[in-house]
Ligand binder design. Sequence first.
Ligand code: HEM
Length: 233
Amino acid sequence: MSAAPSNPVHPGDPVLVDRYTAGARINHWITATSLVLLGLSGLALFHPSLYFLTGLFGGGQWTRTIHPWIGVVLFFGFCGLFLRFWRLNLWTRQDTVWMRRLTDVIANRESEHEELVEIGKYNAGQKVVFWAMCLLIVVLISSGLVIWDQYFAEYTTLGQKQVAILVHSLGAVTIICVWIVHVYAAIWVRGTIRGMTRGSVTGGWAWRHHRKWLRDLVSGKPKDRNPNATPAG
Ligand code: HEM
């Protein structure tokens, strides 16, 4: 934890808590950019009405050539995020309670579950998004390889390609929906974005949304389930 960098420090300055290292942020934004570019180039190839998007990539041929390579960047970028964050996204009993509370909040039955759930670095919703991204990226890269004719045409049959195109399209639509949920949640919970841009969040944000994570940081306890990690993952 550190005080805000302004000088001199006065009582109004918020306490800042490190959340992400520079390496994690660079890794995240490379992955995020590649998903956006992948979505745009994929949509350009998906339907004639979206063909105009090929203009962003230098025309139809370039879009076809570049799209799978952006997929490779996304895959390896996400592998980096996976290695950094998978332990923190393991499901716990508190996550089940959190999920039950969420459905109760949505169904207007919040008062039925009054237990206070203290959240670690990620809440159950973030964990669901994380594992959905993992699954969908594996589905997309494997179905994508089957239809990457430039290199693999001779290894696959027409029938396999037809199935792969269907799976690839469904996977793409689903990951775009998951991405929208991820970005919406990041914007909706005020103060979250700065964690991924500047690397730190305010103490108030951490107390409000990830109290267990904050308590563990303050007490010097190792990060959830990862005894070798530094506070900012
Ligand atoms: C382009 C728009 C995106 C924005 C604005 C965005 C924003 C954020 C923010 C603010 C966080 C920090 C959340 C927190 O600390 O509680 C985060 C975490 C994360 N983001 Fe993104 N993100 C974007 C795209 C993506 C994409 C495309 C992926 C992967 C395909 C991704 C994967 C992750 C992962 C794995 C984490 C760590 C959270 C976890 O492990 O559960 N993000 N993102």
